[in-house]
Design a protein around this ligand. Structure first.
Ligand SMILES: Cc1cc2nc3c(=O)[nH]c(=O)nc-3n(C[C@H](O)[C@H](O)[C@H](O)COP(=O)(O)OP(=O)(O)OC[C@H]3O[C@@H](n4cnc5c(N)ncnc54)[C@H](O)[C@@H]3O)c2cc1C
Length: 338
């Protein structure tokens, strides 16, 4: 298999065997991939995808791994890690290969050119491909923060390798964007690059929004460097909020093995002590069961589970105490309510 893969991919990218995936995800969990291909250009990505399709081998395209949890038993097949990150600017159009990092690479470059439209997404771990898959979103600028802004608002067009192996340039309508969704959830198209149409604005305004948004996030989100996570775990329930339900059910601090519902933000689970994907699954199931029992609401996960999962190895729930002096995201929401 590896020889056939290598032959099809040629010099475009290296193929490795038995590569542990945890370091490639923000949750820091996940067993080995049978085969691992790192693609450093859009053409290498296209070549790798064509190869795995031709071989009809199971495959998964990995960006920053910020919206997925990979099972402890890993992935049987080929993981393609997309690090194609070339970016170029033409007037107010900025084109990025799909493995480019939205922040800092893309946003810092746009800001330095006084180009506005992407700065709202500062501090969110994402590649350009992942951002289109999920329609990256964040609140509009302070102080009003009156609506959610989506990356689709600045997307001009994208170059795809479609699920039928055609190279195709598509506009924003093609993606059928919604909240946390795009056509990429149900069509196996691959984004090779994307072009954003930005607005020339006063640079100081862009940097002000970046600073305010980074400060907003630092108060409400655990720091990925010390507390690995995958962002929000459960989908928003309109008008109620998944985090609020979890908080009201007294589930902050609930922990299975090395995974805990952080006291900082009820909708975020952090890996605080060599947690496993199985710990996470057990904790997610426990939170869903408790919330349903106490409120009647069913919480749906918004993250993707990838690969093979093993049964839980460590028990729970154990409840960890709230750190002294912490102001939680839920308390800040009440404080900031109009
Ligand atoms: C601390 C933290 C905070 C977060 N805050 C936010 C937030 O405020 N707003 C928000 O919207 N999200 C947020 N997220 C979620 C996450 O950052 C986004 O969903 C992000 O877009 C994921 O990008 P990624 O590159 O990591 O994708 P991955 O997790 O690697 O992949 C996600 C999916 O996209 C697919 N994919 C990746 N690249 C391509 C491509 N080129 N073509 C086709 N499909 C592709 C993958 O196959 C996979 O199915 C947060 C996550 C964390 C960890």
């Amino acid at each position: 298999m590896i020889q056939t893969l290598k032959k099809l991919i040629g010099t475009e990218a290296a193929v490795e065997e038995n590569v542990r995936l945890a370091p490639y995800t923000t949750m820091q969990v996940g067993g080995p991939a049978d085969f691992f291909i790192k693609t450093a250009s859009a053409s290498a990505l296209e070549c790798a995808v064509r190869a795995v399709r031709e071989l009809e081998v199971p495959h998964f395209l990995l960006g920053k791994g910020a919206n997925i949890v990979i099972g402890d038993a890993g992935f049987r097949g080929v993981v393609i890690h997309n690090v194609a990150d070339r970016i170029c600017i033409n007037g107010n159009l900025i084109t990025a290969e799909s493995g480019a990092t939205v922040y800092p690479a893309l946003i810092e470059l746009a800001a330095a050119q006084s180009l506005s439209g992407l700065e709202h997404y500062v501090g969110i771990p994402s590649t350009v491909g992942g951002a289109l898959w999920q329609n990256l979103h964040f609140l509009s600028p302070a102080p009003a923060r009156e609506r959610t802004m989506f990356i689709e608002e600045v997307l001009d067009y994208a170059d795809l390798l479609t699920e039928k192996n055609e190279s195709k340039r598509v506009g924003v309508d093609y993606f059928e964007f919604g909240y946390d969704k795009s056509i990429l959830h149900w069509r196996d198209d691959i984004v090779l690059s994307a072009t954003f149409r930005l607005l020339e604005t006063d640079k100081a305004d862009i940097y002000r929004i970046m600073k305010e948004n980074l400060a907003w996030r630092a108060l409400r989100h655990p720091d990925l460097k010390t507390e690995p996570s995958v962002g929000s775990i459960f989908k928003k329930i309109q008008g109620i909020g998944a985090g609020r339900l979890i908080d009201e059910c007294g589930l902050k601090g609930a922990s299975f093995g090395g995974m805990v519902v952080t006291h900082r933000h009820a909708n975020i689970i952090v890996n605080h002590a060599d947690g496993t994907a199985a710990d996470l699954q057990a904790l997610v199931a426990y939170v869903q069961k408790e919330v349903a029992r106490q409120t009647g609401y069913h919480l749906e996960t918004e993250i993707e589970f990838v690969g093979d999962f093993a049964p839980p190895t460590r028990g729970g729930p154990v409840f960890l105490p709230r750190p002294e002096g912490l102001i939680t995201a839920e308390e800040l929401a009440v404080r900031d309510a109009p």
